[in-house]
Design a protein around this ligand. Sequence first.
Ligand code: E4P
Length: 303
Amino acid sequence: MKVFIDTAKLDEIKEACSWGIVGGVTTNPSLIKKAVDALKAKNENIEMEAYIKQICETVGEGKPVSLEVISLTRGKMIEEGQILYAKFNQVADNVVIKIPINTYNGEDTTSDYEGLKVISELSRKDIPVNATLIMSSEQALLAAKAGARYASPFAGRIDDYIRKNLAIKFEKQDYFDFCLMEAIGEQRFYERIEDTSHKSPQSAYLDEEIKKCIDFAQDKGIGSGVGLVKSIMKIYRNFNMKTEVIAASIRNARQAREMAEAGADIATIPFSIIKEMIAHPKTAEGIKSFVGDVVPEYSALFK
Ligand code: E4P
Protein backbone atom coordinates (compact mmCIF):
# COMPACT_ATOMS: atom_id res chain seq x y z
CA MET A 1 0.00 0.00 0.00
CA LYS A 2 1.35 3.41 -0.94
CA VAL A 3 1.11 6.17 1.64
CA PHE A 4 -0.07 9.57 0.45
CA ILE A 5 -0.16 12.56 2.76
CA ASP A 6 -3.59 14.16 3.15
CA THR A 7 -2.71 17.81 3.60
CA ALA A 8 -2.02 21.04 1.77
CA LYS A 9 0.45 22.26 4.41
CA LEU A 10 3.83 22.53 2.73
CA ASP A 11 5.81 22.19 5.97
CA GLU A 12 4.05 18.88 6.71
CA ILE A 13 4.61 17.66 3.16
CA LYS A 14 8.31 18.56 3.30
CA GLU A 15 8.79 16.86 6.67
CA ALA A 16 6.97 13.65 5.68
CA CYS A 17 8.85 13.55 2.35
CA SER A 18 12.13 13.68 4.30
CA TRP A 19 11.07 10.43 6.03
CA GLY A 20 11.02 8.71 2.63
CA ILE A 21 7.47 7.41 2.98
CA VAL A 22 5.40 9.76 0.84
CA GLY A 23 4.05 8.36 -2.43
CA GLY A 24 1.77 11.31 -3.20
CA VAL A 25 -0.38 14.11 -1.83
CA THR A 26 -4.11 14.70 -1.69
CA THR A 27 -5.68 18.10 -1.18
CA ASN A 28 -9.23 19.43 -1.19
CA PRO A 29 -10.67 22.93 -0.68
CA SER A 30 -10.98 22.38 3.08
CA LEU A 31 -7.34 21.28 3.36
CA ILE A 32 -6.24 24.30 1.29
CA LYS A 33 -8.25 26.51 3.68
CA LYS A 34 -6.48 24.95 6.69
CA ALA A 35 -3.08 25.61 5.08
CA VAL A 36 -4.00 29.21 4.26
CA ASP A 37 -5.40 29.82 7.76
CA ALA A 38 -2.25 28.40 9.37
CA LEU A 39 -0.04 30.72 7.31
CA LYS A 40 -2.27 33.72 8.00
CA ALA A 41 -2.08 32.96 11.73
CA LYS A 42 1.70 33.38 11.40
CA ASN A 43 1.16 36.62 9.43
CA GLU A 44 2.50 34.95 6.32
CA ASN A 45 0.95 35.66 2.96
CA ILE A 46 0.32 32.97 0.41
CA GLU A 47 0.71 33.26 -3.34
CA MET A 48 -1.44 30.29 -4.28
CA GLU A 49 0.04 29.47 -7.68
CA ALA A 50 3.63 29.51 -6.40
CA TYR A 51 2.58 27.62 -3.28
CA ILE A 52 0.96 24.73 -5.20
CA LYS A 53 3.92 24.62 -7.59
CA GLN A 54 6.14 24.14 -4.55
CA ILE A 55 3.96 21.25 -3.37
CA CYS A 56 4.22 19.54 -6.77
CA GLU A 57 7.98 20.07 -6.87
CA THR A 58 8.54 18.85 -3.30
CA VAL A 59 6.67 15.62 -3.88
CA GLY A 60 8.32 15.09 -7.24
CA GLU A 61 7.78 13.14 -10.41
CA GLY A 62 5.83 9.90 -10.29
CA LYS A 63 4.15 10.90 -7.02
CA PRO A 64 0.64 12.17 -7.70
CA VAL A 65 -0.68 15.43 -6.26
CA SER A 66 -4.48 15.63 -6.28
CA LEU A 67 -5.97 19.10 -6.81
CA GLU A 68 -9.72 19.55 -6.64
CA VAL A 69 -12.12 21.58 -8.80
CA ILE A 70 -14.54 23.95 -7.09
CA SER A 71 -17.62 24.14 -9.34
CA LEU A 72 -20.61 21.84 -9.58
CA THR A 73 -21.45 21.86 -13.28
CA ARG A 74 -19.89 19.85 -16.08
CA GLY A 75 -18.64 22.81 -18.16
CA LYS A 76 -17.09 24.65 -15.24
CA MET A 77 -15.48 21.53 -13.76
CA ILE A 78 -13.92 20.61 -17.12
CA GLU A 79 -12.58 24.16 -17.45
CA GLU A 80 -11.17 24.17 -13.91
CA GLY A 81 -9.67 20.70 -14.30
CA GLN A 82 -7.89 21.83 -17.45
CA ILE A 83 -6.67 25.04 -15.79
CA LEU A 84 -5.23 23.13 -12.81
CA TYR A 85 -3.58 20.60 -15.11
CA ALA A 86 -2.12 23.27 -17.43
CA LYS A 87 -0.77 25.38 -14.57
CA PHE A 88 0.73 22.67 -12.39
CA ASN A 89 1.42 19.47 -14.31
CA GLN A 90 4.37 21.12 -16.07
CA VAL A 91 6.19 21.35 -12.71
CA ALA A 92 6.73 17.63 -12.05
CA ASP A 93 4.26 15.80 -14.29
CA ASN A 94 2.35 14.56 -11.24
CA VAL A 95 -1.00 16.37 -11.19
CA VAL A 96 -4.26 14.49 -10.77
CA ILE A 97 -7.60 16.27 -10.91
CA LYS A 98 -10.05 15.54 -8.14
CA ILE A 99 -13.66 15.40 -9.25
CA PRO A 100 -16.59 14.74 -6.90
CA ILE A 101 -18.43 11.58 -7.94
CA ASN A 102 -21.73 13.41 -7.52
CA THR A 103 -22.26 17.15 -7.21
CA TYR A 104 -25.86 16.96 -5.97
CA ASN A 105 -26.04 19.33 -3.01
CA GLY A 106 -29.65 18.87 -2.04
CA GLU A 107 -31.11 21.20 -4.68
CA ASP A 108 -30.80 20.15 -8.29
CA THR A 109 -30.98 16.40 -9.00
CA THR A 110 -29.72 16.86 -12.58
CA SER A 111 -26.32 17.51 -11.03
CA ASP A 112 -26.18 13.86 -9.92
CA TYR A 113 -24.37 12.96 -13.14
CA GLU A 114 -22.09 15.98 -13.68
CA GLY A 115 -19.20 14.30 -11.87
CA LEU A 116 -19.38 11.18 -14.02
CA LYS A 117 -19.48 13.25 -17.23
CA VAL A 118 -16.37 15.16 -16.15
CA ILE A 119 -14.51 12.04 -15.01
CA SER A 120 -15.05 10.43 -18.39
CA GLU A 121 -14.29 13.56 -20.43
CA LEU A 122 -11.07 14.43 -18.63
CA SER A 123 -9.95 10.79 -18.63
CA ARG A 124 -10.48 10.63 -22.40
CA LYS A 125 -8.23 13.70 -22.70
CA ASP A 126 -5.58 11.74 -20.76
CA ILE A 127 -5.92 13.95 -17.70
CA PRO A 128 -5.80 11.60 -14.70
CA VAL A 129 -8.80 11.88 -12.38
CA ASN A 130 -9.25 11.06 -8.72
CA ALA A 131 -12.99 10.47 -8.17
CA THR A 132 -13.62 11.90 -4.74
CA LEU A 133 -16.37 11.86 -2.09
CA ILE A 134 -17.02 8.18 -2.77
CA MET A 135 -19.30 6.82 -0.06
CA SER A 136 -20.51 3.59 -1.65
CA SER A 137 -19.16 0.71 -3.71
CA GLU A 138 -21.82 1.46 -6.31
CA GLN A 139 -20.32 4.93 -6.81
CA ALA A 140 -16.82 3.42 -6.99
CA LEU A 141 -17.94 0.99 -9.70
CA LEU A 142 -19.34 3.86 -11.77
CA ALA A 143 -16.18 5.95 -11.22
CA ALA A 144 -14.07 3.10 -12.58
CA LYS A 145 -16.42 2.61 -15.53
CA ALA A 146 -16.13 6.33 -16.35
CA GLY A 147 -12.34 5.99 -16.47
CA ALA A 148 -11.14 7.40 -13.14
CA ARG A 149 -7.44 6.66 -12.47
CA TYR A 150 -8.15 6.74 -8.71
CA ALA A 151 -11.24 6.35 -6.54
CA SER A 152 -11.27 7.82 -3.04
CA PRO A 153 -13.69 6.17 -0.62
CA PHE A 154 -14.11 8.34 2.50
CA ALA A 155 -13.83 5.67 5.16
CA GLY A 156 -13.87 7.91 8.23
CA ARG A 157 -16.98 9.72 7.08
CA ILE A 158 -18.81 6.39 6.62
CA ASP A 159 -17.88 5.43 10.19
CA ASP A 160 -19.18 8.85 11.33
CA TYR A 161 -22.41 8.31 9.38
CA ILE A 162 -23.08 4.87 10.90
CA ARG A 163 -22.33 6.06 14.44
CA LYS A 164 -24.47 9.18 13.97
CA ASN A 165 -27.41 7.07 12.78
CA LEU A 166 -27.05 5.03 15.96
CA ALA A 167 -26.87 8.21 18.07
CA ILE A 168 -23.44 7.14 19.34
CA LYS A 169 -21.23 9.93 20.69
CA PHE A 170 -17.63 9.84 19.46
CA GLU A 171 -14.56 11.99 18.89
CA LYS A 172 -13.33 12.44 15.33
CA GLN A 173 -10.16 10.39 15.91
CA ASP A 174 -11.90 7.50 17.74
CA TYR A 175 -11.37 3.98 16.41
CA PHE A 176 -14.55 2.52 14.88
CA ASP A 177 -14.94 -0.92 16.40
CA PHE A 178 -16.88 -2.79 13.74
CA CYS A 179 -16.53 -6.15 15.56
CA LEU A 180 -18.27 -4.69 18.60
CA MET A 181 -20.98 -3.13 16.42
CA GLU A 182 -21.58 -6.45 14.68
CA ALA A 183 -21.79 -8.30 18.00
CA ILE A 184 -24.31 -5.80 19.41
CA GLY A 185 -26.38 -6.08 16.22
CA GLU A 186 -26.39 -9.88 16.39
CA GLN A 187 -27.41 -9.85 20.03
CA ARG A 188 -30.33 -7.51 19.26
CA PHE A 189 -31.37 -9.80 16.40
CA TYR A 190 -31.45 -12.95 18.55
CA GLU A 191 -33.26 -11.12 21.36
CA ARG A 192 -35.91 -10.01 18.89
CA ILE A 193 -36.27 -13.50 17.39
CA GLU A 194 -36.68 -14.97 20.88
CA ASP A 195 -39.17 -12.27 21.95
CA THR A 196 -41.44 -12.93 19.00
CA SER A 197 -42.99 -16.27 18.27
CA HIS A 198 -43.12 -16.18 14.51
CA LYS A 199 -45.25 -18.96 13.11
CA SER A 200 -43.59 -18.93 9.70
CA PRO A 201 -40.41 -17.63 8.04
CA GLN A 202 -42.74 -15.28 6.13
CA SER A 203 -43.95 -13.52 9.29
CA ALA A 204 -40.34 -13.18 10.57
CA TYR A 205 -39.30 -11.87 7.14
CA LEU A 206 -41.93 -9.14 7.33
CA ASP A 207 -41.12 -8.13 10.91
CA GLU A 208 -39.94 -4.50 10.74
CA GLU A 209 -38.01 -4.79 14.01
CA ILE A 210 -36.06 -7.81 12.73
CA LYS A 211 -35.22 -5.87 9.57
CA LYS A 212 -33.89 -3.03 11.71
CA CYS A 213 -31.68 -5.48 13.65
CA ILE A 214 -30.22 -6.82 10.42
CA ASP A 215 -29.50 -3.27 9.22
CA PHE A 216 -28.09 -2.27 12.60
CA ALA A 217 -24.79 -0.43 12.23
CA GLN A 218 -24.76 -0.71 8.46
CA ASP A 219 -25.02 1.54 5.48
CA LYS A 220 -26.81 -0.70 2.95
CA GLY A 221 -24.76 -3.74 3.89
CA ILE A 222 -21.52 -1.83 4.48
CA GLY A 223 -20.50 -2.10 8.13
CA SER A 224 -17.61 0.38 8.31
CA GLY A 225 -15.26 2.55 6.29
CA VAL A 226 -12.80 -0.33 6.15
CA GLY A 227 -15.68 -2.56 4.98
CA LEU A 228 -16.37 -0.07 2.19
CA VAL A 229 -12.76 -0.21 1.01
CA LYS A 230 -12.77 -4.04 1.13
CA SER A 231 -15.95 -4.14 -0.94
CA ILE A 232 -14.52 -1.79 -3.58
CA MET A 233 -11.24 -3.73 -3.74
CA LYS A 234 -13.21 -6.93 -4.28
CA ILE A 235 -15.28 -5.45 -7.09
CA TYR A 236 -12.24 -3.97 -8.85
CA ARG A 237 -10.34 -7.27 -8.54
CA ASN A 238 -13.31 -9.32 -9.75
CA PHE A 239 -13.23 -7.45 -13.03
CA ASN A 240 -9.56 -6.59 -13.22
CA MET A 241 -10.38 -2.88 -13.16
CA LYS A 242 -7.39 -0.58 -13.41
CA THR A 243 -8.68 2.17 -11.10
CA GLU A 244 -6.61 2.39 -7.92
CA VAL A 245 -8.30 2.76 -4.55
CA ILE A 246 -7.16 5.61 -2.31
CA ALA A 247 -8.54 4.89 1.16
CA ALA A 248 -9.33 8.42 2.38
CA SER A 249 -10.71 10.17 5.43
CA ILE A 250 -8.44 8.13 7.70
CA ARG A 251 -8.99 8.89 11.38
CA ASN A 252 -6.40 6.89 13.34
CA ALA A 253 -3.35 4.64 12.95
CA ARG A 254 -5.30 1.43 13.49
CA GLN A 255 -7.65 2.30 10.65
CA ALA A 256 -4.64 3.01 8.42
CA ARG A 257 -3.28 -0.46 9.23
CA GLU A 258 -6.67 -2.03 8.51
CA MET A 259 -6.63 -0.37 5.09
CA ALA A 260 -3.33 -2.14 4.36
CA GLU A 261 -4.84 -5.44 5.54
CA ALA A 262 -7.84 -4.78 3.29
CA GLY A 263 -5.43 -4.47 0.36
CA ALA A 264 -6.07 -0.80 -0.44
CA ASP A 265 -3.70 0.33 -3.20
CA ILE A 266 -3.10 3.62 -1.39
CA ALA A 267 -4.10 5.27 1.88
CA THR A 268 -4.05 9.02 2.14
CA ILE A 269 -3.24 9.85 5.73
CA PRO A 270 -3.12 13.15 7.65
CA PHE A 271 0.30 14.18 8.99
CA SER A 272 -0.75 13.75 12.64
CA ILE A 273 -1.83 10.15 11.97
CA ILE A 274 1.36 9.28 10.06
CA LYS A 275 3.15 10.44 13.22
CA GLU A 276 0.83 8.29 15.36
CA MET A 277 1.82 5.26 13.22
CA ILE A 278 5.46 5.40 14.34
CA ALA A 279 4.80 5.42 18.08
CA HIS A 280 4.72 2.45 20.48
CA PRO A 281 5.45 2.58 24.24
CA LYS A 282 7.52 -0.64 24.08
CA THR A 283 9.73 0.85 21.35
CA ALA A 284 10.31 3.89 23.57
CA GLU A 285 11.12 1.62 26.51
CA GLY A 286 13.44 -0.50 24.33
CA ILE A 287 15.41 2.46 22.98
CA LYS A 288 15.90 3.79 26.51
CA SER A 289 17.46 0.53 27.70
CA PHE A 290 19.62 0.11 24.55
CA VAL A 291 21.04 3.61 25.00
CA GLY A 292 21.63 2.94 28.71
CA ASP A 293 23.42 -0.37 28.03
CA VAL A 294 26.07 0.93 25.63
CA VAL A 295 29.48 -0.11 27.04
CA PRO A 296 32.60 2.05 26.39
CA GLU A 297 34.22 -0.83 24.42
CA TYR A 298 31.34 -0.72 21.97
CA SER A 299 31.08 3.07 21.72
CA ALA A 300 34.86 3.21 21.02
CA LEU A 301 34.09 1.66 17.62
CA PHE A 302 32.54 4.92 16.50
CA LYS A 303 35.37 7.23 17.52
C1 E4P B 1 -8.88 12.97 0.65
O1 E4P B 1 -8.86 12.77 -0.52
C2 E4P B 1 -10.05 13.51 1.35
O2 E4P B 1 -10.34 14.76 0.85
C3 E4P B 1 -9.84 13.52 2.83
O3 E4P B 1 -9.24 12.31 3.23
C4 E4P B 1 -11.12 13.77 3.61
O4 E4P B 1 -10.88 13.57 4.98
P1 E4P B 1 -11.87 14.05 6.12
O5 E4P B 1 -13.11 13.21 6.04
O6 E4P B 1 -11.13 13.83 7.40
O7 E4P B 1 -12.18 15.49 5.85
